[in-house]
Every structure is written in structure tokens, then in C-alpha cells.
Design a protein around this ligand. Structure first.
Ligand SMILES: NC(=O)C1=CN([C@@H]2O[C@H](COP(=O)(O)OP(=O)(O)OC[C@H]3O[C@@H](n4cnc5c(N)ncnc54)[C@H](OP(=O)(O)O)[C@@H]3O)[C@@H](O)[C@H]2O)[C@@H](O)CC1
Ligand SMILES: Nc1ncnc2c1ncn2[C@@H]1O[C@H](COP(=O)(O)OP(=O)(O)O)[C@@H](O)[C@H]1O
Ligand SMILES: [K+]
Length: 513
């Protein structure tokens, strides 16, 4: 998928069940199913024709499936034919098996229909994939898998374009999983709202450029769907973004405390501390074990350093109420002492202190996650946890193995519910989930982010935003986006320090100056 961090897509993201309800409500409200299908086909034909004009192609092969996704294909085929493209149609089902609007769409197609299983791709300049959409209910059978794999091989060998209707056939629209085999598309035109399967891996990698078309479903349909999943884009959190005020001062921008590891593990916490400052915290202090004080102090300028040995030392530093956000984990070490430090940082207080837990602050509880959750649930302020897949598996095995958790999104939500914390489940499709059920999915991220210290920088950005009193879920979502955008702006060759150096460019974009 091309970079879409700054592309406009509607924020709400639906499951296939929610989309089916939106369809049903609209049809019950008086919009005929055929009208929705015609609108969907119009958008599809427009996108297809734009690609054909760009590539000077004229010959289109439309592959139609047994449901309404295939119906969209038949209507689009008729539209493209009326625009004088040379269109062939191949169907997976026998025409007499089609029902409802799909049957009517097929009956209105004036040309021949061949069998999709036997069709040749040679001679096509573009293939429209209208085999399966949001109604995919099980794995593709062997014949359909074979067809999809042949299509993918032809696309790679010929360099021609494939446009998928609604979702690449074979991708589960809700989980993003591949059900046997899945079409690799250059572009996907979906309808009304993006589905979770478009954003979660591996589904996202099959979509190509994703466009979302209006087909006559009113946005008010969203009210009855209780949508709680959103694309992680500035529109989600921009109005809550903390900006320095003319009448403000450094203390009004918050004071983040980052906890350093021992003498040979200090770099990670320094990255977090620098990132917290760049994210806008007015002050950042590094709480350092005495044996690491010199190395930390000699490597820092705008970040302050204070001695703090063990959990007691940390408690002493934290008596200063102005230190309103604390970050622990990077370089902390996996140990009982780290557990004690986390419990100290989360200890109930009369004032609201936010916390970010990453890396060793999570792994130290791998043998007893319930102990961590007792602390996170009792914490006086928002808690954000930032596990990568390995840390998530260690800490949230119960959510990993729960049969009801079918996707990364489900797992992150279950983890947030269990812990009472905001969970940032990192990776190329980072999911942020809040205990109240809200979730965001990052729509793209450069793989250059997979570099040592990158997660430490993210921890710091979250801490910096929390110090400025941004709400937990929004702060975590915003930090994940800023981190990815900083990397996107910097480009190839990125190392963790560059993410931090690139943050002023991200701020400039967000502030519009
Ligand atoms: N509703 C609306 O108003 C609008 C809907 N729109 C369009 O409709 C699409 C949804 O249509 P849909 O619900 O008919 O499902 P669809 O994706 O075509 O597939 C279901 C068919 O496939 C079958 N089937 C399933 N899995 C299978 C498998 N593994 N292997 C083989 N067969 C399998 C299943 O049969 P069954 O499970 O009953 O055996 C059924 O026949 C949506 O993506 C959008 O493009 C737009 O026009 C806008 C308005
Ligand atoms: N392939 C990838 N594509 C995009 N982002 C990635 C990829 N791999 C990792 N990331 C991101 O990079 C960061 C790595 O964090 P983490 O694994 O904790 O690294 P470290 O421990 O070295 O700091 C996370 O924000 C993660 O989402
Ligand atoms: K499709």
C-alpha cells in the first residue's frame, strides 16, 4: 500500500458484520439494494477507467463471484463496455445460481459469460476482481485458490493491474487473514467505510492503493453501529494535541520522568528521554542508578539527571508531584527489582500521574501478569503499555489463546480490558486499544522503523504527550502516528535518533507552520 499516513479516508472502520448492518438499515430505509450496487459499480468503473487511461489499456477481464461482490462486477462490466472498453466477463458460479441484485446485474450484462475457473488472463490489460467481498464466509476451496494464485502469477509476470472490488478476494474483511489464498491487488475500491481487514496485516498488503467510495449509505447509519475502531490519523486526535500557550511556562507543559537502567544499559532510556522532550514535555528528568550517573550526565544536556537507586530511590524522586508522567522499561533489565519499580511508579497517589510501560517493565512480569494488572488497574492516572509481538505473547498469553480473539485488534482490546491500561500492540499495523473499547489502527508505516531503539523513542513520545495531559488513548494513538510520520519524512537509512530529530518536522506539519 502506498504511504497513506496523510491521505483522507473516513475515520470510522467497520467489521463486515457492521457493514452488512449498514447495508440492511439503508435498504430498510428505502434505498433499493440495486441502487447501492449501481453506485458501487459506478465508483469501481471510474477507478478502473482512470487506471486504464493512465496505462493506455482497453481490454478488461471481470471475474465475478457468486454473491453481490460479483453483482458489482457485472454492473461495472456493463458500464465499462458502454464506455467502449473491450470487456470480457468470467463467472465462478453458474448464472442460474445467482440471486437478488447479483442475478439482475448478470441478466443485464449483454455479452457472453465464460467460466472463471477456465479463463485465460492473456490479452487483458486489467483484471477486475469481483469474486468475494465482505460475504466471504469460509476458506476458498481448491479451485478458487488455484484461480487466485493463477491471477497473482499473471499479474506479477505481465505487470498489468488488478483492481479489487470492496476487498481483495480471499482476505477476511474483519481480521485481515488470508482464507486459503488472496488476490494481490494494485487498487481496492471499498464502499462507505474501510473495514478492519483492509488495515490489519496481511490483508493490508493485498489491497494496493485503497479508496473508499460513497454509495448512498448515510453517515447517520454509523450511530446505530456503535463504531469504536478508527484509522489512526490526525483527525482522530488533532483537536486534543497539546500546543504551547503564550501565557504558559515549562511546568505547564508537564514534567516527564524516565527511569534509566544500570551503567551498561543507559542508551535506551536516554532515547526515550530525548523523545519525550521533542514531543513537547516542558521538562524531562532521567532517574538514574548511582553507578550510571556519570555516563548519563555526560551524555545529556537538556535532559536533567537525578540519582535513584532501586524502588526506594524511585519513590523518593516521585514525591515531586510535578513529575506527572513516568516511563519505565527501556534498558531497565528483567528482574524483581524492575517489578518493584513498576509498582512504585503505579502506586496509588492523591494526584494523577500517567505512566508508560515498555520492554523490561513488561517482560519482568511474564511469570505473573496478574500482578502487573493489579498495579495497572489501581494506578491513579492513565497507563499505556507498548508491547511488540514477542512481549505481547509473553504477557497476554490468555488473549493470544482465547478463541474469541480472532485478530490483532481483538487481542489488543482483550489485553486492554484485562489490564485496565491502554495497550499499544506494535508492529507494521500498530493497534492502540483502550479499556473502554476504543481502538485505532495505523494505516501504514515504513519498515525502516524496525531498528534498535525505535520502540524506546515511541515510549518517550507517549510519555511526552501524557506529561502534557493528553488523554491516554489519544496520546498513545497520536504518538504512534507521529513516530511513523517522523520515520516516513526521514526516509531510508533511518536510525532511532533520526526519529527524534525528525519530530520538529512532524510538529510543523501538524501545526500548519
Ligand atoms: N449488500 C449490499 O447492499 C451491497 C453490497 N455490495 C457488494 O456486495 C458484497 C457482499 O455481498 P455478499 O454478502 O453477497 O457476499 P460476497 O462477498 O459476494 O460473497 C458471498 C457469496 O460467496 C459465497 N461464499 C462465501 N465464502 C465462500 C467461499 N469461501 N467459497 C465459495 N463461496 C463462498 C456465498 O455463498 P454461501 O456462503 O451461501 O455458500 C455467497 O454466495 C460486498 O463486498 C460488495 O461488493 C455492494 O453492491 C454495495 C451494496
Ligand atoms: N516492519 C515494520 N514496519 C513498520 N514499523 C515497524 C516494523 N517493525 C517494527 N516497527 C515499529 O518499530 C518500533 C519497534 O519497537 P521495538 O520492537 O520495541 O524496538 P526496540 O526495542 O529496539 O526499541 C515499533 O514502534 C514498531 O511498531
Ligand atoms: K473482491
Amino acid at each position: 500500500m502506498p504511504a497513506v499516513l496523510t491521505v483522507d479516508l473516513p475515520l470510522e472502520v467497520l467489521t463486515t458484520d457492521q457493514m452488512a448492518r449498514a447495508d440492511r438499515l439503508t435498504i430498510e430505509g428505502g434505498v433499493p439494494a440495486m441502487t447501492l450496487m449501481e453506485n458501487a459499480a459506478l465508483a469501481l468503473a471510474k477507478a478502473t477507467s482512470q487506471i486504464l487511461q493512465r496505462t493506455s489499456g482497453r481490454r478488461v477481464l471481470v471475474l465475478c463471484g457468486p454473491g453481490n461482490n460479483g453483482g458489482d462486477g457485472f454492473v461495472a462490466a456493463s458500464l465499462l463496455r458502454s464506455q467502449r472498453y473491450k470487456v470480457r466477463v468470467a463467472s465462478l458460479a453458474r448464472l442460474e445460481e445467482l440471486r437478488g441484485p447479483a442475478a439482475r446485474a448478470a441478466a443485464a450484462w449483454p455479452g457472453a459469460v465464460t467460466s472463471a475457473l477456465e479463463c485465460e488472463f492473456e490479452g487483458a490489460d486489467l483484471v477486475v476482481d469481483a469474486l468475494f467481498g465482505t460475504g466471504l464466509a469460509r476458506d476458498l476451496d481448491a479451485d478458487a485458490c488455484d484461480l487466485v494464485r493463477r491471477l497473482n502469477r499473471w499479474r506479477r509476470a505481465s505487470g498489468q493491474n488488478v483492481v479489487s472490488v470492496d476487498i481483495p478476494s480471499g482476505v477476511d474483511g474483519t481480521t485481515g487473514a488470508v482464507r486459503g489464498a488472496a488476490v494481490e491487488a494494485d487498487a481496492t475500491v471499498t464502499f462507505f467505510r474501510v473495514k478492519t481487514g483492509h488495515l490489519l496485516l496481511p490483508g493490508r498488503l493485498h489491497c494496493g492503493a485503497l479508496a473508499c467510495a460513497h454509495i448512498g449509505i448515510r453517515p447517520s447509519a454509523l450511530e446505530t453501529l456503535h463504531v469504536s475502531t478508527f484509522i489512526n490519523a490526525p483527525a482522530l486526535w488533532r483537536s486534543d494535541l497539546p500546543l504551547p500557550q503564550i501565557e504558559g511556562h515549562k511546568y505547564s507543559r508537564g514534567h516527564a520522568l524516565v527511569v534509566s537502567g544500570g551503567a551498561s544499559f543507559t542508551g535506551a532510556a536516554r532515547l526515550s528521554a530525548a523523545a519525550a522532550l521533542r514531543a513537547g514535555a516542558g521538562l524531562v528528568t532521567l532517574a538514574s542508578p548511582s553507578d550510571a550517573l556519570t555516563v548519563n550526565a555526560s551524555a545529556l544536556t537538556s535532559v536533567m539527571v537525578r540519582p535513584a537507586d532501586g524502588a526506594r530511590g524511585l519513590a523518593a524522586v516521585l514525591t515531586d508531584e510535578r513529575k506527572n508522567a513516568v516511563a519505565l522499561g527501556p534498558g531497565l533489565g528483567v528482574s524483581e527489582e524492575s517489578c518493584a519499580k513498576v509498582e512504585t511508579a503505579l502506586a496509588p497517589q492523591a494526584y494523577r500521574r500517567a505512566a508508560v510501560l515498555d520492554a523490561d517493565a513488561l517482560s519482568s512480569f511474564a511469570h505473573d501478569p496478574e500482578r502487573l494488572w493489579r498495579a495497572t488497574r489501581a494506578a491513579p492516572g492513565p497507563v499505556v503499555m507498548t508491547p511488540h509481538a514477542g512481549e505481547f505473547a509473553r504477557l497476554f498469553a490468555c488473549c493470544e489463546n482465547d478463541g474469541a480473539c480472532r485478530s490483532k485488534l481483538d487481542k489488543a482490546r482483550a489485553a486492554a480490558r484485562a489490564s485496565g491500561a491502554v495497550v499499544v500492540y506494535k508492529g507494521p499495523d500498530t493497534v492502540v486499544a483502550a479499556p473502554d473499547g476504543r481502538a485505532s489502527i495505523l494505516p501504514s508505516a515504513t519498515p525502516w522503523l524496525a531498528t534498535a531503539g525505535s520502540g524506546d523513542a515511541l515510549t518517550g513520545i507517549i510519555a511526552g504527550l501524557l506529561a502534557q495531559r493528553m488523554e491516554g488513548f489519544l496520546a498513545a494513538s497520536c504518538a504512534v502516528w507521529m513516530h511513523a510520520r517522523a520515520a516516513e519524512i526521514y526516509g531510508p537509512g533511518l536510525i532511532a535518533d533520526d526519529i527524534i530529530a525528525s519530530l520538529p518536522h512532524v510538529w510543523r506539519e501538524l501545526c500548519g507552520r
